[in-house]
Write a protein that binds this ligand. Structure first.
Ligand SMILES: [Zn+2]
Length: 261
């Protein structure tokens, strides 16, 4: 059975209730690794606690663009909010800083503030030599500009929604491209073109669960067990056998997260 690494999941989401029996079954089945991703201090802390229960679950701590305003308010400033992540980021189970980025679709935090949090958290990732997990929704130009200003940064474009041109820019830098269930959606033609330019040693797959369940599970609560549909689509686009795709995907995840085994 071919194994996959889910590079972006939110198992602390309330939709999962107590996720332990689900996660146990995923690790018995075809999942060999999961990155559980935080979006603010609390979910980053909860994700770390969950990750500590499983050998093959890891975590990322960071402040999502949606949460910048609330975290700044809660901690009394941006720097204070980011500093609150430091104990989490120094844990051996924390293998990335994220998710961070820009979201101009919902605009839950003012854009200027989103940019400042994104920039400051990339700077921190460079100091800590951690990969970042980038959330980019309808902010492709500004995300790329900020990444360009940080030549030592590296990481993952999560749930990629950019054009092939933008993907090529991230590939020139030290970024991996991760595809979610949106790759299987009917209106995905632009994304299919983007996936085709990603070499096999830079591609990843993810669920972003509980969201973005792939076809034919669309509309259900997503989980890592459904990720095979996304991986099958990606393998087809890259023109590689499914087993080979899975082997390389796991290898890529281990490389970007610096997991040795
Ligand atoms: Zn996410």
């Amino acid at each position: 059975m071919s194994m996959l690494f889910d590079t972006h999941a939110h198992y602390t989401d309330e939709k999962f209730g107590n996720p332990t029996s689900l996660i146990d079954s995923l690790f018995r089945d075809d999942i060999c690794g999961i990155l559980c991703v935080g979006t603010d201090e609390k979910t980053s802390r909860d994700s770390l606690s969950l990750a500590k229960k499983y050998n093959n679950m890891y975590t990322a701590a960071g402040i999502h663009p949606h949460e910048c305003a609330a975290e700044s308010e809660k901690h009394g400033g941006m720097q204070e909010a980011i500093d609150a992540l430091l104990p989490l980021l120094s844990d051996e189970k924390t293998v990335a800083l994220g998710e961070i980025g820009l979201d101009y679709y919902y605009d839950f935090s003012p854009r200027q503030m989103q940019k400042e949090f994104f920039d400051a958290q990339i700077t921190l990732s460079e100091q800590l030599r951690l990969p970042i997990v980038i959330h980019d929704r309808e902010a492709h130009g500004d995300v790329l500009d900020i990444v360009k200003a940080h030549p030592d940064s590296f990481g993952i474009i999560h749930s990629c929604s950019c054009s092939a041109e933008h993907v090529k820019e991230f590939l020139k830098r030290n970024y991996f491209i991760s595809f979610s269930g949106s790759l299987t959606f009917k209106n995905a033609s632009k994304l299919l073109e983007a996936a085709k330019v990603v070499p096999i040693d830079r591609i990843l797959v993810e669920t972003d669960c509980p969201y973005l369940a792939p076809v034919p599970m669309r509309g259900k609560i997503n989980h890592s067990g459904y990720m095979k549909y996304t991986a099958q689509k990606a393998a087809e686009l890259l023109g590689v056998e499914y087993d080979e795709f899975c082997r390389r995907e796991v290898e890529n995840a281990h490389r970007i997260f610096n997991i040795k085994n």
